[in-house]
Write a protein of this length. Structure first.
Length: 158
């Protein structure tokens, strides 16, 4: 009697739930444009690869004086990035480390229709008051946050 109750309470619901789940999954996968992609998060973390520069930093000089503004704009050459989020990070380069000096984020930058330079309706301008070597990193994520590309340049502040 105890075996029958254990079978009814534990084993039978397990078998029924697996069968029902398999039936539902089979029905969903039969729909057009459906596939089983259980590892989709891997593609999000990998930046897209390209043999040519997708974004270009414009207006950036190699050397600046202290307390003079550093301004730049970004030109996008890939139509896959017609809308997205732009991040501009300025790092101070010391012997074996990179320290963030400033980071600016420009969200919902849609620019494909008018070939505009980024950031749209805004301006990146920072002033550095200590001499040294710096690196500017520009990152662009597409609207779905699945593709990313970046570019970087080095500058010297005297």
């Amino acid at each position: 009697m105890a075996n029958g109750i254990a079978y009814t309470v534990f084993v039978l619901p397990l078998i029924i739930s697996i069968a029902f789940g398999s039936f539902v999954m089979y029905g969903i996968l039969q729909e057009p444009e459906r596939d089983l992609n259980m590892w989709q998060f891997e593609s999000i973390s990998k930046p897209i690869a390209s043999s040519e520069a997708i974004i270009e930093i414009l207006g950036l000089e190699k050397e600046y004086d202290t307390n003079s503004p550093i301004s730049l704009q970004v030109d996008v050459k890939d139509l896959a990035f017609d809308c997205g989020d732009l991040y501009i990070t300025l790092y101070e380069i010391k012997e074996n480390s990179k320290n963030v000096v400033t980071q600016s984020g420009y969200f919902d930058q849609c620019f494909s229709n008018d070939d505009a330079l980024l950031p749209i309706d805004d301006e990146f301008s920072e002033t550095i008051d200590s001499p040294g070597k710096y690196e500017v990193v520009v990152e662009l994520n597409d609207e779905a946050q699945q593709k990313q590309t970046s570019s970087k340049a080095s500058i010297i502040v005297n």
